[in-house]
Structure formats: structure tokens, C-alpha cells
Design a protein around this ligand. Structure first.
Ligand SMILES: Nc1ncnc2c1ncn2[C@@H]1O[C@H](COP(=O)(O)OP(=O)(O)OP(=O)(O)O)[C@@H](O)[C@H]1O
Length: 247
């Protein structure tokens, strides 16, 4: 469904994303992991159209969308959430979600009706009239997902939706992500919490210093010495093996 082909992005001297490729199968949950500063958010921004790449291409449903503006991609069914949750503070929960629904309907009552339905889906059904600023961190994360869902995506890009949540909140959100997939939305997610990646993802890609260094099933990827090195530093895989041998 999504093919990222050798994408490159430079910020003055820094190559933030360096010929990175990945492929997301329709109906899958695909993970994108990597140490801080690896280029994950930059890659997302190029898929959603907020940043133009310096090289490479993005194909969606078999078509080259590299030159399309973000709102055109949104209309074609690509939605993203942001790592830093940014609801419209002056709007209540239902109104915030309705903003996304206006992509497909000009009618306020219809947008609000759809917003109520989506709020229900993400577990905010009881908070429709609550000020978005009064939501807990977990509630704001759900609102962020709801706002993206309101645009009726076929491909949803989730940027660290679990960051900042406690373990029990994470356990609550995992089934929500799975349910969204089961309702027909393909998901590409950036995630640092390995338990979630192992639990949710069919396939994982690992970005390190802008380069895609590994891909495959979550378990195999987590055991890949190159991935361990990228996270823990040079020689880490060898040290871990030695520790395990002595344990
Ligand atoms: N607009 C920008 N201008 C200059 N440098 C940038 C810009 N955006 C990102 N970078 C740099 O590009 C590199 C990749 O950043 P990016 O945010 O994509 O990484 P990330 O993998 O998402 O990191 P994190 O997990 O910390 O969010 C970093 O070195 C970052 O400082």
C-alpha cells in the first residue's frame, strides 16, 4: 500500500534520512523504531507531505505521491498523529474531532455526528463536551488518534502514541490500535516501547542515523546484533552475549 523508496532529507550539513526504503502491506501494522534522532519523524513528515525529500519517492496505492501537498494526501486517505499532541485548546473534545471530519463534509451537524461516533470508538464517548485542555495525557493521546481517524484514513501514521503513558494506560491503548487495524485501516507506527512493538507489529523497520539498518518480524529484529548496537552503542551485542553466557 505504501512504498518509501530511497528517501533522503538533508538539513544543512546533516543527512537526517539517508536513502531509506520501507514497504507497508495493506491491512498490516508496521513499526518504525530507532534511537533518538534516527530520522523517524522526518521520514513520517515526508510520507505525509509536510516535508519535501531531497531524493527518493513515496508511492501510495501504486501511484507516485512525492510531489503532492499534505491536504491532497489526506484526501487520498493518509493521516498522521503528532508526537507532541496539539489539540485546539479552545474547542471541546467533540469539536476537536469534528475538525478532521470537515475534510469530507462541509456540514457542521454531520461533522459533529461523525465526531461523536469516533469519540466512542476511541473511548472518549463520555467526554464529548469536556475542554480538550482538561483531558489527561492518555485522553489527549486518544483525542489525537480520534482527530486523525475523523479524516477517514486508509493509512494511519502514528507517531509515538504511547509515549508518556503508564503501563496500565499502554495496556488499554494496545487493543485500540489493533481495533483500528481490524476496521480496515493500515497502520505505520513510530514507537519506542518495545513491548508494544512486539505485541502489535507484523513487521518492523529500524532506522539508525538516517539509514534503514534492519527489517523483519519484531522478535528477530530485536535480537539482531546490529540493532542492539545501534541502541546501546558499539560492542553492546558482544557484551550482552558475554553477560548471558555468564548468567
Ligand atoms: N527542521 C529541522 N532542521 C534541522 N534539523 C532537523 C530538523 N528536523 C530534524 N532535524 C534533525 O534531524 C535528525 C533526525 O530527527 P528526527 O526528529 O527525524 O529523529 P527521530 O528519529 O524522530 O527522533 P526522536 O525519536 O528523538 O523523535 C536529528 O538530528 C534532528 O536534530
Amino acid at each position: 500500500m505504501l512504498e518509501v523508496k530511497a528517501l533522503t532529507k538533508r538539513f544543512s550539513g546533516l543527512v537526517a534520512v539517508d536513502q531509506a526504503s520501507l514497504s507497508v502491506a495493506k491491512g498490516s501494522i508496521t513499526g518504525l523504531i530507532g534511537p533518538n534522532g534516527a530520522g523517524k519523524t522526518t521520514l513520517f513528515a515526508m510520507v505525509a507531505g509536510f516535508l519535501q525529500p531531497d531524493g527518493g519517492a513515496v508511492h501510495y496505492d501504486g501511484r507516485d505521491i512525492t510531489a503532492l501537498a499534505p491536504h491532497v494526501r489526506a484526501r487520498q486517505g493518509i493521516a498522521r498523529t503528532f508526537q507532541i499532541v496539539q489539540p485546539f485548546e479552545g474547542l471541546n473534545v467533540q469539536e476537536n474531532i469534528a475538525v478532521g471530519a470537515y475534510l469530507h463534509t462541509p456540514h457542521a451537524d454531520e461533522a459533529m455526528r461523525q465526531a461523536a461516533e469516533i469519540a466512542q470508538r476511541v473511548g472518549l464517548g463520555g467526554d464529548l463536551t469536556k475542554a480538550s485542555s482538561d483531558l489527561t495525557v492518555a485522553g489527549r493521546k486518544r483525542l489525537e488518534v480520534a482527530r486523525a481517524l475523523a479524516t477517514k484514513p486508509r493509512l494511519l501514521l502514528l507517531d509515538e502514541v504511547l509515549a508518556g503513558l503508564n503501563p496500565s494506560e499502554i495496556r488499554d491503548v494496545l487493543p485500540l490500535v489493533r481495533a483500528i487495524r481490524d476496521q480496515g485501516v493500515t497502520i505505520l507506527m513510530i514507537e519506542h516501547i518495545m513491548q508494544a512493538v512486539m505485541n502489535l507489529c507484523d513487521k518492523v523497520y529500524v532506522l539508525s542515523q538516517g539509514r534503514m539498518i534492519a527489517q523483519g518480524e519484531p522478535k528477530a529484529v530485536c535480537e539482531d546484533p546490529q540493532v542492539i548496537e545501534a541502541y546501546l552503542g558499539h560492542g553492546a551485542a558482544e557484551r550482552l552475549r558475554a553477560e548471558q553466557a555468564h548468567a
